[in-house]
Ligand binder design. Structure first.
Ligand SMILES: [Zn+2]
Length: 502
């Protein structure tokens, strides 16, 4: 347990932990029982998904609209458990809650599958301008950052917008605090620059350190700012000095840029008590509904259960988690038991390690040949707009055909193949058809990885549509007579560095 300063706030938190039973999460009470349509299971041995699809889609929509099952779970996860970084007590509570809830809602099996995770602790600190004026900046340490001593690390600010520009500065960087100042563009989440920006965030500290920098700050990777800093993972290289790294708000990056433009010498100081502790055991939460004909064949639905340690982890990725959990509940509530098994996997440690995704691929290696599809939702809880799909020849056409009963919801679209979810990337080695349920991301990067990632950013109706889209897609893929064609297996992926998390 990290030593903590005894502020009144932390003392209160400690008392709550000691109180124990106060925080024991019950499984949510069963959803009210509205009048339900007649059971809609496909005819055993019949042509399957296409024949029953329209009735299944309508039944799922009716059930979720009335029950709001996904919303109730998300409300509990965000308001009662809150943010849940890997290795934290809140992450442990989230795993226990998810397993208990899936069991209480009728899953045939629900379990925690152990995953060894990194344990990074944010601590406290400050980022300040110290010349030509003094001003505290709105900041969040980047995940994985080292801390400093009580005096912090200070130096003249050198601003760049790319790693090329950083290297071009050469000797000017020695002893400096590097500011990486590269705005990302709000354009609905597509080609917004987040992927490129997250590489700057990840590689910035080691590249700056190689040139002698003493610290790095980066303009937050956000598409809107009300002086909100956005955290996210950063990286270090063996044999290269580890320098403290933080994100500052867009407004504060602009302040530094204006001061630099004046020609004055601008200095900044970073003080952090962040630190990385020893790895600890955590878990992926797994639940499943066994298939009626081919229980050994598996369709995975998932999201990531961990979040950053700010806000509530509602859009990233509480929404994906509850949509996967709700898939099991919906299929059970409607007496839909497809041919194949549907398995919800709530991955741990997507944000700062991907250990959950790697552990799943490793621990289930023997059955990956029988995984027929895996779907992840990790782009928020706004209106669903379609799916990414990475699979073999003819799979797109067939999946689009299967989706047609959802055409009235706006989700019956294929968007490409390159964004099917970080947690599923280790499955690429096996050629499993991988899918990503995609939401309208117009505002996603306004709140992503910030204190403002809270439940109010999601509406009940849009979350319900996501649950229906995920449940329907899982049902169709688990019911269809033939699985989608598999993709060409990719070579073993190196886990990090990787594209920034969604
Ligand atoms: Zn995410």
């Amino acid at each position: 347990m990290p030593r903590r300063t005894a502020s009144p706030l932390l003392r209160c938190a400690s008392l709550l932990v000691l109180a124990g039973p106060v925080l024991a999460e019950p499984a949510p009470s069963p959803s009210p029982t509205p009048p339900r349509p007649a059971p809609v299971a496909a005819r055993p041995g019949g042509s399957g998904a296409l024949a029953a699809g329209p009735r299944v889609a309508a039944a799922l929509l009716a059930e979720e609209t009335v029950s709001q099952g996904a919303w109730k779970k998300l409300e509990w996860l965000t308001d009662r458990i809150g943010n849940r970084i890997s290795g934290s007590p809140a992450a442990d509570r989230a795993v226990a809650w998810a397993v208990r809830t899936m069991a209480a809602e009728g899953a045939d099996a629900a379990r925690a599958e152990p995953v060894l995770v990194p344990r990074w602790v944010r601590g406290e600190g400050s980022v300040e301008v110290t010349a030509p004026t003094t001003r505290p900046l709105a900041f969040l340490a980047l995940g994985g950052s080292v801390g400093t001593d009580a005096y912090g690390m200070s130096g003249p600010v050198v601003a760049v917008s790319s790693l090329e520009e950083l290297h071009a500065k050469g000797g000017e960087v020695a002893g400096s605090v590097v500011l990486i100042d590269k705005p990302i563009v709000p354009n609905g989440g597509e080609k917004d620059g987040y992927g490129a920006g997250s590489k700057l965030r990840y590689y910035g500290p080691p590249e700056a350190a190689k040139l002698g920098a003493v610290g790095m700050v980066i303009r937050s990777l956000g598409t809107s700012s009300m002086r909100l800093p956005h955290t996210g993972g950063t990286g270090y290289e063996d044999g290269v000095a580890r320098i403290p790294a933080a994100a500052i708000s867009a407004e504060d990056a602009d302040l530094l840029a204006r001061l630099l433009a004046s020609g004055d010498r601008v200095e900044a100081c970073i003080r952090l008590t962040s630190r990385t502790l020893a790895d600890v055991w955590s878990a992926n939460a797994v639940g499943e509904l066994r298939g009626r004909e081919r229980p050994d064949e598996i369709v995975v639905v998932g999201g990531h259960l961990d979040s950053w340690d700010v806000g509530q982890g509602a859009i990233d990725d509480g929404a994906g988690v509850v949509v996967a959990m709700e898939t099991l509940r919906l299929l059970r509530a409607l007496d839909l038991r497809p041919r194949r098994t549907v398995r919800a996997v709530l991955f741990m440690n997507e944000e700062n390690g991907l250990r959950g995704g790697e552990a799943y691929a490793r621990d289930h290696a023997a059955e990956l040949a029988h995984h027929v599809a895996a779907i992840e939702s990790d782009s928020g809880g706004a209106r669903p707009i379609g799916f990414y799909l990475d699979a073999g020849a003819g799979a797109s056409e067939r999946f689009l055909e299967l989706l047609q009963p959802l055409s009235g919801t706006g989700v019956a679209h294929l968007l490409g193949k390159d964004d099917t979810g970080a947690d599923l990337s280790p499955l690429a080695q096996s050629g499993i058809p991988r899918l990503g349920l995609r939401q309208d991301m117009t505002h996603y990067f306004d709140w992503h990885h910030t204190e403002a990632d809270t439940l109010d950013k999601i509406t009940r109706d849009e979350l319900a549509l996501n649950a229906v889209a995920m449940a329907y897609a899982a049902w169709a893929l688990a019911e269809d007579a033939e699985p989608l064609a598999r993709a060409v297996p990719l070579p073993v992926l190196t886990p990090v560095p990787r594209k920034g998390s969604r």
